[in-house]
Design a protein around this ligand. Sequence first.
Ligand code: FES
Length: 101
Amino acid sequence: ANITFITQAGKSLKLAADSGSVMELAVNNNVPGIDGDCGGVCSCATCHVHVAPEDWEKTGAPGDLEKDMLEFDDNVNEFSRLSCQISITEALDGITLKVAN
Ligand code: FES
């Protein structure tokens, strides 16, 4: 799936992967602001992204554990997800994610 990241500096980075998590894709390609400090176990929120509203259907809403973790982040909005909790599938093709850190 092709996934576009918009960094805090407003730079757009188009990346692609077939598997793994969105956080892994971002970290492997040095997307600024996505650190993945906890290794993808939903306990650091350094992989926080804002999903483009029109793509929310594709990523879906956060799970309960993820929601709890997001509550500790200042920059949370209704389109917040922790990108380590989003698995890459073809269904995500074309989505845009804004780095929230
Ligand atoms: Fe730590 Fe996603 S990498 S919560």
